[in-house]
Design a protein around this ligand. Structure first.
Ligand code: RIB
Length: 297
Protein backbone atom coordinates (compact mmCIF):
# COMPACT_ATOMS: atom_id res chain seq x y z
CA UNK A 1 0.00 0.00 0.00
CA UNK A 2 1.27 3.51 -0.83
CA UNK A 3 2.25 5.46 2.28
CA UNK A 4 1.70 9.21 2.39
CA UNK A 5 2.57 11.72 5.12
CA UNK A 6 0.76 15.08 4.98
CA UNK A 7 2.08 18.10 6.90
CA UNK A 8 -0.60 20.77 6.97
CA UNK A 9 -3.67 22.57 8.21
CA UNK A 10 -6.93 21.33 9.68
CA UNK A 11 -9.93 23.69 9.48
CA UNK A 12 -13.63 23.67 10.10
CA UNK A 13 -15.22 25.09 6.94
CA UNK A 14 -18.21 27.38 7.49
CA UNK A 15 -19.81 27.18 4.06
CA UNK A 16 -22.58 29.45 2.75
CA UNK A 17 -24.11 28.68 -0.64
CA UNK A 18 -25.54 31.77 -2.34
CA UNK A 19 -26.71 32.86 -5.78
CA UNK A 20 -23.80 35.33 -6.03
CA UNK A 21 -20.94 36.83 -4.01
CA UNK A 22 -21.67 39.73 -1.68
CA UNK A 23 -20.15 43.19 -2.29
CA UNK A 24 -18.58 45.49 0.36
CA UNK A 25 -21.24 46.86 2.75
CA UNK A 26 -23.95 44.65 1.20
CA UNK A 27 -26.22 42.02 2.80
CA UNK A 28 -27.90 39.30 0.74
CA UNK A 29 -29.88 36.18 1.63
CA UNK A 30 -28.03 32.88 1.22
CA UNK A 31 -29.51 29.53 0.18
CA UNK A 32 -27.81 27.04 2.50
CA UNK A 33 -25.27 26.90 5.33
CA UNK A 34 -23.18 23.95 6.47
CA UNK A 35 -20.28 23.24 8.80
CA UNK A 36 -17.94 20.66 7.25
CA UNK A 37 -14.32 19.55 7.83
CA UNK A 38 -11.67 21.16 5.64
CA UNK A 39 -8.19 22.67 5.67
CA UNK A 40 -5.69 21.94 2.91
CA UNK A 41 -3.70 19.44 4.99
CA UNK A 42 -6.74 17.54 6.22
CA UNK A 43 -8.34 17.60 2.77
CA UNK A 44 -5.22 16.16 1.13
CA UNK A 45 -5.00 13.50 3.83
CA UNK A 46 -8.66 12.48 3.32
CA UNK A 47 -8.34 12.46 -0.47
CA UNK A 48 -5.19 10.30 -0.32
CA UNK A 49 -6.87 7.86 2.11
CA UNK A 50 -9.95 7.52 -0.15
CA UNK A 51 -7.61 6.83 -3.08
CA UNK A 52 -6.26 3.84 -1.16
CA UNK A 53 -3.15 5.17 0.61
CA UNK A 54 -2.09 4.65 4.20
CA UNK A 55 -1.98 8.23 5.50
CA UNK A 56 -0.55 10.07 8.51
CA UNK A 57 -1.21 13.77 9.20
CA UNK A 58 1.18 16.10 11.03
CA UNK A 59 -0.86 19.07 12.24
CA UNK A 60 -2.69 20.77 15.10
CA UNK A 61 -6.19 21.46 16.35
CA UNK A 62 -7.32 23.57 19.27
CA UNK A 63 -9.34 22.21 22.18
CA UNK A 64 -12.70 23.71 21.14
CA UNK A 65 -15.89 21.93 20.03
CA UNK A 66 -14.66 21.86 16.40
CA UNK A 67 -11.50 19.96 17.40
CA UNK A 68 -13.40 16.87 18.48
CA UNK A 69 -15.47 16.79 15.26
CA UNK A 70 -12.38 17.34 13.12
CA UNK A 71 -10.35 14.60 14.82
CA UNK A 72 -13.26 12.14 14.69
CA UNK A 73 -13.75 12.81 10.97
CA UNK A 74 -10.06 12.19 10.22
CA UNK A 75 -9.95 9.06 12.38
CA UNK A 76 -13.05 7.73 10.55
CA UNK A 77 -11.01 7.98 7.31
CA UNK A 78 -8.29 5.84 8.98
CA UNK A 79 -5.81 8.71 9.11
CA UNK A 80 -3.02 8.31 11.67
CA UNK A 81 -3.19 11.32 14.04
CA UNK A 82 -0.24 10.33 16.26
CA UNK A 83 1.57 13.52 15.14
CA UNK A 84 -1.47 15.83 15.21
CA UNK A 85 -1.36 17.73 18.49
CA UNK A 86 -4.33 19.14 20.39
CA UNK A 87 -3.42 22.55 21.87
CA UNK A 88 -4.92 23.68 25.17
CA UNK A 89 -6.67 27.06 25.17
CA UNK A 90 -6.48 27.32 21.39
CA UNK A 91 -9.18 27.63 18.74
CA UNK A 92 -9.09 25.25 15.77
CA UNK A 93 -8.52 26.74 12.31
CA UNK A 94 -11.61 27.94 10.45
CA UNK A 95 -12.39 28.89 6.86
CA UNK A 96 -15.37 31.12 6.04
CA UNK A 97 -16.36 30.05 2.54
CA UNK A 98 -18.95 31.43 0.14
CA UNK A 99 -19.88 29.19 -2.80
CA UNK A 100 -21.67 30.83 -5.73
CA UNK A 101 -21.97 29.47 -9.27
CA UNK A 102 -19.42 26.71 -8.56
CA UNK A 103 -16.74 29.29 -7.60
CA UNK A 104 -15.65 30.09 -4.06
CA UNK A 105 -14.27 32.86 -1.86
CA UNK A 106 -12.39 31.81 1.29
CA UNK A 107 -11.06 33.57 4.40
CA UNK A 108 -8.91 31.32 6.59
CA UNK A 109 -8.16 32.03 10.27
CA UNK A 110 -5.20 29.70 11.00
CA UNK A 111 -5.52 29.64 14.84
CA UNK A 112 -3.95 26.28 15.94
CA UNK A 113 -2.49 25.75 12.45
CA UNK A 114 -0.09 28.63 13.17
CA UNK A 115 1.43 26.38 15.87
CA UNK A 116 2.44 23.40 13.68
CA UNK A 117 6.17 23.30 14.42
CA UNK A 118 9.38 22.08 12.73
CA UNK A 119 9.88 19.92 15.87
CA UNK A 120 6.68 18.00 15.00
CA UNK A 121 8.11 17.23 11.57
CA UNK A 122 11.39 16.05 13.12
CA UNK A 123 9.42 13.86 15.53
CA UNK A 124 7.63 12.28 12.56
CA UNK A 125 10.96 11.35 10.88
CA UNK A 126 10.61 7.60 11.20
CA UNK A 127 7.16 7.80 9.62
CA UNK A 128 8.45 10.05 6.83
CA UNK A 129 11.40 7.71 6.19
CA UNK A 130 8.91 4.90 5.39
CA UNK A 131 6.65 7.11 3.23
CA UNK A 132 6.42 7.00 -0.58
CA UNK A 133 5.70 10.74 -0.67
CA UNK A 134 5.12 13.74 1.59
CA UNK A 135 2.60 16.53 0.90
CA UNK A 136 2.92 20.02 2.38
CA UNK A 137 0.98 23.26 1.79
CA UNK A 138 1.27 26.82 3.13
CA UNK A 139 -1.51 27.28 5.70
CA UNK A 140 1.07 26.44 8.39
CA UNK A 141 4.22 28.42 9.39
CA UNK A 142 6.79 28.75 6.61
CA UNK A 143 9.55 27.46 8.91
CA UNK A 144 7.58 24.20 9.15
CA UNK A 145 7.21 24.07 5.36
CA UNK A 146 11.00 24.49 5.10
CA UNK A 147 11.61 21.80 7.75
CA UNK A 148 9.37 19.39 5.80
CA UNK A 149 11.30 20.03 2.58
CA UNK A 150 14.64 19.53 4.37
CA UNK A 151 13.59 16.36 6.21
CA UNK A 152 12.26 14.89 2.94
CA UNK A 153 15.53 15.73 1.17
CA UNK A 154 17.63 14.26 4.00
CA UNK A 155 15.63 11.02 4.03
CA UNK A 156 15.38 10.76 0.23
CA UNK A 157 11.56 10.90 0.26
CA UNK A 158 9.85 12.99 -2.47
CA UNK A 159 8.08 16.08 -1.14
CA UNK A 160 5.25 17.67 -3.13
CA UNK A 161 4.88 21.34 -2.20
CA UNK A 162 1.43 22.78 -2.88
CA UNK A 163 2.19 26.52 -2.58
CA UNK A 164 -1.25 27.66 -1.44
CA UNK A 165 -2.00 30.26 -0.27
CA UNK A 166 0.95 31.56 -2.31
CA UNK A 167 3.90 33.57 -1.02
CA UNK A 168 7.28 34.19 -2.61
CA UNK A 169 9.70 31.45 -1.49
CA UNK A 170 13.51 31.29 -1.72
CA UNK A 171 14.75 29.35 -4.75
CA UNK A 172 16.83 27.03 -2.55
CA UNK A 173 13.66 25.84 -0.78
CA UNK A 174 11.91 25.19 -4.08
CA UNK A 175 14.87 23.10 -5.26
CA UNK A 176 14.20 20.69 -2.37
CA UNK A 177 10.73 19.77 -3.69
CA UNK A 178 10.20 16.85 -6.10
CA UNK A 179 7.24 18.78 -7.54
CA UNK A 180 5.71 22.17 -6.83
CA UNK A 181 2.01 22.38 -7.74
CA UNK A 182 0.76 25.97 -8.12
CA UNK A 183 -1.99 27.36 -10.30
CA UNK A 184 -0.95 30.10 -12.72
CA UNK A 185 -1.54 32.93 -10.23
CA UNK A 186 0.31 31.13 -7.42
CA UNK A 187 3.29 30.36 -9.68
CA UNK A 188 3.83 34.07 -10.42
CA UNK A 189 3.63 34.98 -6.70
CA UNK A 190 5.91 32.08 -5.71
CA UNK A 191 8.62 33.21 -8.12
CA UNK A 192 8.08 36.95 -7.56
CA UNK A 193 7.36 37.20 -11.30
CA UNK A 194 5.07 39.37 -13.43
CA UNK A 195 1.57 37.79 -13.19
CA UNK A 196 0.97 38.54 -16.88
CA UNK A 197 3.97 36.49 -17.99
CA UNK A 198 3.08 33.30 -19.91
CA UNK A 199 2.88 30.39 -17.44
CA UNK A 200 4.86 28.10 -19.76
CA UNK A 201 7.76 30.56 -19.66
CA UNK A 202 7.51 30.78 -15.86
CA UNK A 203 7.49 26.97 -15.61
CA UNK A 204 10.61 26.90 -17.78
CA UNK A 205 12.43 29.30 -15.45
CA UNK A 206 11.27 27.84 -12.13
CA UNK A 207 14.13 26.33 -10.10
CA UNK A 208 12.07 23.14 -9.54
CA UNK A 209 9.82 20.78 -11.50
CA UNK A 210 6.32 22.32 -11.69
CA UNK A 211 2.95 20.63 -12.18
CA UNK A 212 0.67 23.57 -12.93
CA UNK A 213 -3.08 23.25 -12.37
CA UNK A 214 -5.56 24.99 -14.67
CA UNK A 215 -8.93 24.06 -13.15
CA UNK A 216 -11.33 22.68 -15.78
CA UNK A 217 -8.55 22.95 -18.39
CA UNK A 218 -6.48 20.28 -16.64
CA UNK A 219 -2.77 20.59 -15.87
CA UNK A 220 0.67 21.18 -17.38
CA UNK A 221 3.96 19.52 -16.52
CA UNK A 222 7.31 19.11 -18.24
CA UNK A 223 8.85 15.98 -19.64
CA UNK A 224 12.38 16.00 -21.06
CA UNK A 225 12.30 19.79 -20.90
CA UNK A 226 9.13 20.13 -22.98
CA UNK A 227 5.76 21.39 -21.64
CA UNK A 228 3.03 18.71 -21.74
CA UNK A 229 -0.71 19.41 -21.38
CA UNK A 230 -3.14 17.00 -19.70
CA UNK A 231 -6.74 17.96 -20.52
CA UNK A 232 -9.33 18.30 -17.79
CA UNK A 233 -12.39 16.03 -17.51
CA UNK A 234 -15.70 17.81 -18.23
CA UNK A 235 -18.12 17.58 -15.29
CA UNK A 236 -20.91 19.64 -13.71
CA UNK A 237 -19.48 21.80 -10.95
CA UNK A 238 -21.36 22.15 -7.64
CA UNK A 239 -18.41 23.31 -5.51
CA UNK A 240 -14.77 23.53 -6.58
CA UNK A 241 -13.49 23.82 -2.97
CA UNK A 242 -10.98 21.03 -2.36
CA UNK A 243 -10.42 20.21 -6.05
CA UNK A 244 -6.80 21.34 -5.79
CA UNK A 245 -6.34 19.27 -2.64
CA UNK A 246 -7.73 16.19 -4.38
CA UNK A 247 -5.38 16.83 -7.31
CA UNK A 248 -2.34 17.02 -5.01
CA UNK A 249 -3.31 13.91 -3.07
CA UNK A 250 -3.76 11.89 -6.26
CA UNK A 251 -0.45 13.16 -7.66
CA UNK A 252 1.29 11.92 -4.50
CA UNK A 253 -0.55 8.58 -4.37
CA UNK A 254 0.08 7.71 -8.04
CA UNK A 255 3.53 9.31 -8.45
CA UNK A 256 5.19 5.89 -8.45
CA UNK A 257 3.32 5.18 -11.75
CA UNK A 258 5.21 8.05 -13.45
CA UNK A 259 4.32 11.72 -13.70
CA UNK A 260 2.16 11.41 -16.86
CA UNK A 261 -0.13 8.77 -15.33
CA UNK A 262 -0.17 10.53 -11.95
CA UNK A 263 -1.22 13.86 -13.51
CA UNK A 264 -3.94 12.15 -15.59
CA UNK A 265 -5.35 10.40 -12.51
CA UNK A 266 -5.04 13.63 -10.51
CA UNK A 267 -7.11 15.52 -13.12
CA UNK A 268 -9.76 12.77 -13.04
CA UNK A 269 -9.88 12.71 -9.23
CA UNK A 270 -10.12 16.52 -9.06
CA UNK A 271 -12.97 16.52 -11.61
CA UNK A 272 -14.92 13.97 -9.56
CA UNK A 273 -14.40 15.99 -6.37
CA UNK A 274 -16.37 19.05 -7.55
CA UNK A 275 -19.73 17.25 -7.86
CA UNK A 276 -20.78 17.74 -4.22
CA UNK A 277 -20.86 20.61 -1.75
CA UNK A 278 -17.98 20.79 0.77
CA UNK A 279 -14.25 20.27 0.25
CA UNK A 280 -14.31 16.59 1.25
CA UNK A 281 -17.90 15.86 0.11
CA UNK A 282 -17.08 14.78 -3.45
CA UNK A 283 -13.59 13.30 -2.95
CA UNK A 284 -13.57 10.01 -4.88
CA UNK A 285 -12.49 6.46 -4.05
CA UNK A 286 -9.79 4.88 -6.25
CA UNK A 287 -12.44 2.83 -8.12
CA UNK A 288 -14.35 5.99 -9.10
CA UNK A 289 -11.19 7.40 -10.69
CA UNK A 290 -10.49 4.20 -12.62
CA UNK A 291 -14.12 4.09 -13.85
CA UNK A 292 -13.95 7.69 -15.10
CA UNK A 293 -10.67 6.96 -16.89
CA UNK A 294 -12.14 3.81 -18.46
CA UNK A 295 -15.26 5.72 -19.60
CA UNK A 296 -13.25 8.52 -21.18
CA UNK A 297 -10.60 6.28 -22.77
O1 RIB B 1 -8.35 24.04 -0.37
C1 RIB B 1 -9.60 24.19 0.22
C2 RIB B 1 -9.46 24.51 1.68
O2 RIB B 1 -8.87 25.78 1.80
C3 RIB B 1 -10.76 24.60 2.44
O3 RIB B 1 -11.19 23.36 2.95
C4 RIB B 1 -10.46 25.63 3.50
O4 RIB B 1 -10.39 25.10 4.80
C5 RIB B 1 -9.15 26.27 3.08
O5 RIB B 1 -8.12 25.84 3.88
Amino acid sequence: MTRIVVVGSINMDLVTQASRFVGPGETILGERFLTVPGGKGANQAVAAARLGAEVALVGATGDDAFAQQLRQGLAAENIDLTHTVQLDDYASGTASITVAGGENQIIVVPAANARVTPAQVEQAQSLIARADAVLVQMEIPLETVEATLRVGQRLGVPVILNPAPAQKLPADWLKLARYVTPNQHELAILLGADPDEDFRTLMQHAPCPVVLTRGAEGAWYREQGEPVHQSGFQVDVVDSTGAGDTFNAALAVFLHEGVATAVRKACAAAALSVGKLGAQGGMPQHDDVEKLLARTG
